[in-house]
Design a protein around this ligand. Structure first.
Ligand code: ATR
Length: 274
């Protein structure tokens, strides 16, 4: 079911490459419909983000999600970038307001909300695996909630840079702490088609209370399966995907996101994909 498109309809979308597999159109169109917003959301396969943003300005596009590989490249193209996104060094949300393009990052808020469904972060110890853009968002988000963060990465020098952003400690992967309240995998290890892999051996998992994976294909990664078997509480990657989208909806519309409708659409979209 969809609402008729007319001359007042506002256009939103996602820019990325590749982007046809994205679950964001399903979530955002369901959100617009549930909230009675006269808006539609499309997927744009974009290789030139500067041209895409110029087009968005010219056409009066209301806002954009930004995904791989453009999250860093769009920063210098925007009129303003909010302080958390600047600190993370990545923008996943563009808001077009009063002729200006504003950049924000809702990955941090999405990760925090997903984790805090399982455990409040204030005063907790969080181990982040990986040191890319997703790791920066999780590390900065957790530190802002009052967690102490350790960043463990295959290349320790990159972990050092992320730790410096959030006042945390760092190490290589094999030297990560054996115990903490929370473990978050932000590396692609375990993603289909390499779903047989895991970033952490199963015998190390009992040292963690909550384990989150940002990989969501498959939804239950080997890491999460082994963590559940070890007695950890697990949080799958769809939670962060859902909540970063909900935060985008709120930035674009100024209204609370219809999270239940977005979640239902996410699972429907996943079914159609797989
Ligand atoms: P993103 O910005 O999307 O988070 P990225 O910048 O490519 O992605 O970062 C991916 C992270 O996963 C990196 O920390 C990478 O480790 P390196 O910094 O050593 O490259 C990590 N990573 C990728 N493949 C990995 C693997 N097979 N084993 C361990 N870590 C891996």
């Amino acid at each position: 079911m969809r609402r008729p498109v007319d001359t007042q309809t506002r256009l939103y979308g996602i820019i990325g490459h590749p982007v046809r597999h994205s679950l964001s159109p399903a979530m955002h169109n369901a959100a617009f419909l549930a909230a009675g917003e006269n808006a539609v959301y499309l997927a744009f396969d974009v290789t030139d983000p500067a041209a895409a943003l110029a087009g968005a300005r010219a056409l009066g596009i209301g806002g954009l999600s930004v995904t791989i590989p453009h999250k860093e490249a769009v920063l210098p193209l925007l009129d303003e970038v909010d302080p958390p996104a600047r600190r993370i060094g990545a923008v996943n949300t563009v808001i077009h307001r009063d002729g200006r393009l504003l950049g924000a990052n809702t990955d941090a808020a999405g990760a925090v909300r997903a984790l805090e469904e399982a455990i409040p972060l204030a005063g907790r110890r969080v181990v982040v695996l990986g040191a890319g853009g997703a790791a920066r968002a999780v590390a900065v988000g957790a530190a802002e909630r009052g967690a102490s963060v350790h960043v463990a990465n295959r290349t320790p020098e990159r972990a050092r840079a992320v730790a410096a952003l959030c006042g945390g400690t760092f190490s290589g992967l094999s030297e990560m702490p054996g115990e903490a309240d929370v473990l978050v995998n932000t590396t692609p290890v375990g993603m289909a088609p390499a779903a047989g892999e895991t970033p952490v051996p199963a015998d190390r998992l009992p040292g963690f209370r909550v384990v989150m994976d940002i990989v969501y294909a498959p939804v239950e990664t080997r890491l999460l399966r082994e963590a559940a078997a070890a007695g950890c509480r697990v949080v799958n990657g769809l939670r962060m995907l859902l909540y970063q989208a909900a935060a985008q909806f709120e930035l674009w519309t100024g209204r609370p996101a219809p999270a239940a409708a977005m979640e239902a659409a996410l699972y429907r979209g996943l079914g159609e994909e797989g």
